[in-house]
Design a protein around this ligand. Sequence first.
Ligand code: NAD
Ligand code: ZN
Length: 345
Amino acid sequence: VDRFVIGDECEILVGPGLAAGGDVLAPRADRATVAVLTQPPVATLARQFARTLRGAGLRAEVRVLPDRDAAKRLAVVEEVYAWMNEAGMTRADTVLGVGGGALTDVAGFVAATYLRGVEAVLVPTTLLGAVDAAIGGKTAVNVGGKNLAGVFRHPSRVLIDTEILAALPTGLRREGSAEAVKAGFIADPGLVALYEAAGLDAPLSEVVRRAVAVKVAVVDEDFREQGRRAVLNFGHTLGHAVEVAAEMPHGHAVAVGMVAAARVSTLVAGFADEERVRRVIAALGLPVAAPPGLDPARIRALMLLDKKRDPSGLRMVVLTRIGEATVVRVDDATVGAALGAVGIG
Ligand SMILES: NC(=O)c1ccc[n+]([C@@H]2O[C@H](COP(=O)([O-])OP(=O)(O)OC[C@H]3O[C@@H](n4cnc5c(N)ncnc54)[C@H](O)[C@@H]3O)[C@@H](O)[C@H]2O)c1
Ligand SMILES: [Zn+2]
């Protein structure tokens, strides 16, 4: 088992079979009730946790939320608050979120806001959730815009069971690999090499451990995204625009965005490994170009919108070499070259 900590508030455990016994909470004397939030494909696992918790003398109730981003809505959150209130939950109690990134985002939001904050414990069950969404304390719901409302607040514990991840269908594993290889591109050449050598068959526990280590290190340095944390957005400026315009899965869109960002890196940061970035992404079965027919003007507009309303204009994360990232301002011509690199325009 590998153990990471962020500050003194968040403990992240990574290992095989960690969740199997259902013993997922750090012991605490004053905890009486656990609200277990989950999504349909992993509801059985969540119920198993609830049984184990009851066996340990706690009250545990399970609520299955709508799948995917349908759970990240204020209407759903309001129902969950009412349900927790009826169960008499107090500030000493715990929200346990079991599921992919959408579920852990909303579970984290509920925990951060119910009674102004109760403990959250997360068990991510997708690769994307394990290496990205569940770590770092960003919680969110969608309000018109994606992730428009949220709170920065760490879970007390994240339990990553690599056996659950090893059983994922290929599609979900591929999608998560985009965020995992992103961690390699920005901070860990060894992680890129693992994917380079074996594609999607790269040893999963090592991939997860390394990707988690990157995210933990970056978040620990800059929790509220004042500076350094922005490097985690590598591939995301164009990626989010493509995700919205082409309705692609997040991981696929980020793959396209990383190819575009690699071109920008060549142009403005002296990056020499653009072709290698493209090759690794292609070897994972992820797209290296946007689907045909996207309107470049719309993509540019979406990119500007995505910049977290940064008043200083459009900025992008670029690589200076594999494993080293920095943020630069980009002009119109450079954005045009980025779009061209993935077939937009
Ligand atoms: N908070 C953050 O920092 C952060 C970072 C990245 C992404 N996100 C969010 O994460 C979400 C995307 O992550 P995701 O793809 O994990 O989300 P998801 O929760 O929508 O999961 C994707 C699908 O996998 C299913 N699933 C979950 N576990 C499974 C399992 N073990 N076996 C089979 N199917 C399973 C889910 O039910 C869902 O249908 C988005 O909402 C995104 O905004 C948040
Ligand atoms: Zn992402």
